[in-house]
Design a protein around this ligand. Structure first.
Ligand code: ADP
Ligand code: MG
Length: 686
């Protein structure tokens, strides 16, 4: 068996206990372990003289132990002190509850230490430093020390020691998979050298070389994979739709005029539809920019050409809302719209499924239920997915298999800058709606500390309701459990009702409720039978109630910026001035900075750029959601130059070998397929 596929449990020095710990980090095989790269490195390569040490810096120094003292503090803490000296001065090392060290190290020993320096007057101290014997050969303490991303119960030493063990006890050699030409052209080191030096850099330069190779490789694989996905679809012949006069009648019937940005995006889509290539287009538009109407018109054009269309939304609430809105717009033109969601009874479902097959339904709207196997269309010509960031690449693809190369349009309200979008959505062409419908007033956002909660509830809400408006209150995000989140929402509703608003209709909406009840509540809210809607993030996407003008978000620090922006986007949808209040209870600088960003801008592009910067793309998108391989060392902000090179090279490679079937590319292809395999695993129906 290939050594790399060997279970780490069978590595010398790793017992079942340690193996279990590593499993928690998704490390199961030796290969997993070797590809578990450090997050950052501590630079211990520079060994300073004691007199050079500065207050508050983390530094490495060496000396001879001249004095060892142990004492017990009042709280029973054992304190050990070592004084070391070199030819320039003295340094005291202080350790807490580590008195075994006094047995390991003796007066006269030469040691090398790394830690944070404290200088008070002429007294130099280091607390809980790393300490090791110093022999004349370089020891691990004075190098670049890898710092790994960790989980509870696994220490940095656990990982680095395990890796050392593997290299000491096994013969590790990873077969090169990048083509030799590329290696030469970009002067890359071998994969073997790269992996080894990422974990155990022999010096700074080697680490640099190793990092460069790995960053290049990650981008190259990502880009080839994406181009591959796109080309696979691009080259296919699709449907050639024709212009239809009736579409103009539909546009004329709308209660508003399309904005310039809407028209532009719409025309770009029409351009794709009229060509005989399959369309693969993304519409990015800020919350409230009016993407739904563009989708409506696009779907209508397909129907006027004699085809069916499908519109997939991430939540049932949103699907139902789209159903109502599209029916309103299109039924006067004899276009039949149907709804397929998980909560329909078996009978209702069967009826709908029949109608889809018989073409009695022209446009089918629904949730994930649309991609279930039993959904068969007569002739599906176009597929639209709303709020693309909630679906993976593969789910999109699965829906399109229900037609014969239908055109694909995806829409997202988590807009990101074009350059980034080109990378992350490399498989799509992009249109941007960067304009809000006229008459919208910017939403005023203010962040308050939690201690002002009472003031907020007694003042702001009352004011809005007295004006005839309505209010959302979003309660804290509980990542682990929808049940706890639901309970929190119920509790908050009770509190509001009892303490502040006994005269008003306060209701709650959360994911644990029956769909029919959710529906009822959304309807009542739309009709202003409910004044205050307490909700979990189920209202995050798409919900449209123009009379709601105040959004209050509790524990705002728990949400990502893009998510806060989405939530805020539930208000400001009509002509009334709207407000958003963020309540936070964290005092960290990051929290303050994030609240300020929200207060200062309403621009979704800017916000998601900041969010991406703070959280990184993996977390921003949720790697699983967009279905792309994880970037472990590469960073799309820091390494733009390498990214451009890799992007160019990816194009080159595919130009010369479209299917990566030439000998020199076969191993690379295997690696790409493996890295993109999560896309295949990701299909989950609910
Ligand atoms: P989003 O892009 O967030 O999905 P929607 O499609 O839900 O936004 O549109 C938000 C609101 O704006 C809807 O009430 C819609 O009817 C309205 N709207 C869309 N386009 C225009 C327009 N050109 N002029 C005025 N109102 C518009
Ligand atoms: Mg929308």
């Amino acid at each position: 068996m290939d050594i790399l596929n060997k279970n780490i449990q069978f590595v010398k020095g790793i017992g079942p206990k340690k193996a279990l710990k590593l499993n928690k980090l998704n490390i199961f095989t030796i290969k997993d372990l070797l590809y578990y790269f450090p997050r950052v490195y501590e630079d211990r390569s520079n060994v300073k003289k004691i007199w050079q040490l500065e207050h508050d810096e983390k530094a490495c120094t060496k000396g001879v132990i001249t004095n060892i003292k142990s004492q017990v503090a009042k709280n029973n803490m054992k304190i050990s002190k070592f004084v070391i000296k070199d030819e320039t001065g003295f340094l005291t090392l202080v350790f807490f509850n580590q008195d075994y060290l006094t047995k390991v190290f003796k007066q006269g020993d030469s040691v090398i230490v790394y830690g944070k320096v404290k200088r008070e007057g002429s007294i130099l101290e280091m607390n809980s430093s790393d300490i090791e014997f110093f022999t004349n050969s370089p020891t691990s303490t004075c190098k670049m020390i890898p710092i790994y991303p960790l989980t509870y119960g696994v220490t940095n030493k656990d990982i680095s020691n395990t890796i050392k063990n593997v290299y000491n006890n096994e013969k590790i050699s990873i077969q090169e998979y990048l083509p030799q030409d590329i290696i030469n052209k970009y002067k890359l080191c071998s994969i073997d050298f790269a992996v080894k030096n990422l974990h155990m850099p022999s010096d700074k330069q080697s680490l640099k070389i190793a990092l460069y190779r790995m960053i290049f490789e990650e981008f190259l694989i990502l880009q080839i994979g994406l181009f591959y996905l796109k080309n696979g679809i691009d080259n296919e012949k699709g449907i050639k739709f024709e212009k239809k006069e009736k579409l103009n009648d539909i546009i004329k019937s709308l209660p508003f005029k399309l904005t310039n940005a809407q028209s532009r995006a719409f025309n770009e889509v029409i351009g794709d539809m009229e060509s005989d290539n399959v369309m693969n287009r993304l519409i990015q538009g800020d919350v409230g920019s009016g993407k739904t109407i563009v989708a409506t018109l696009v779907l209508a054009l397909a129907v006027l050409n004699g085809y069916q269309g499908a519109l997939m939304a991430p939540t049932e609430i949103l699907a139902r809302q789209h159903y109502i809105s599209l029916s309103d717009t299109l039924s006067p033109f004899d276009i039949n719209v149907g709804l397929l969601v998980g909560s329909l009874t078996k009978k209702q479902k069967e009826k709908i499924l029949d109608k889809i097959k018989n073409r009695e339904i022209d446009i089918l709207i629904g949730t994930h239920a649309l991609i279930e196997d039993n959904v068969e269309f007569d002739n599906l010509g176009i597929v639209v997915t709303d709020e693309q960031h909630r679906f993976g690449v593969r789910q999109r693809a699965k829906l399109s298999t229900k037609g014969n190369n239908p055109d694909i349009l995806v829409m997202t309200a988590t807009p990101i800058p074009r350059t980034l979008a080109l990378i992350l959505y490399g498989d799509l062409d992009i249109s941007i709606i960067d304009e809000l419908p006229p008459g919208r007033q910017p939403i005023d956002t203010k962040a308050f500390e939690a201690k002002q909660r009472d003031f907020i509830y007694t003042n702001f809400i009352r004011d809005e309701i007295d004006k005839g408006r309505q209010v959302y209150v979003v309660c804290p995000l509980v990542e682990e459990s929808e049940a706890i989140e639901a309970k929190a929402a119920e509790d908050l509703k009770d509190e509001l009702k009892q303490k502040y608003f006994s005269d008003l209709n306060v209701e709650v909406l959360h994911g644990k409720m029956k769909p029919s009840l959710k529906d009822q509540i959304m309807n009542d809210f739309k009709e202003n039978k409910i004044q205050i809607l307490v909700s979990t993030t189920v209202i995050e996407v798409g919900v449209n109630v123009p009379n709601a003008t105040l959004m209050i978000i509790e524990n705002a620090e728990r949400f990502g910026l893009a998510q806060l922006h989405q939530l805020r986007g539930r208000v400001g949808r009509g002509s009334h001035k709207s407000h958003c209040i963020l309540i936070y209870s964290s005092k960290t600088n990051i929290c303050k900075e994030r609240m300020e960003i929200m207060e200062q801008t309403n621009d979704g592009f800017k916000i998601s750029e900041k969010d991406l910067e703070i959280r990184g793309p993996g977390e921003f998108f949720g790697t699983r959601q967009h279905g792309l391989p994880e970037l472990k060392v590469a960073n799309i902000f820091k390494h733009i130059k390498i990214l451009k090179l890799a992007q160019e090279e990816a194009r080159n490679i595919l130009k010369n070998d479209k299917n990566l079937s030439k000998n020199e590319n076969i191993l690379l292809k295997k690696e790409i397929i493996e890295k993109f395999s999560d896309i295949n695993k990701e299909i989950s129906l609910n």
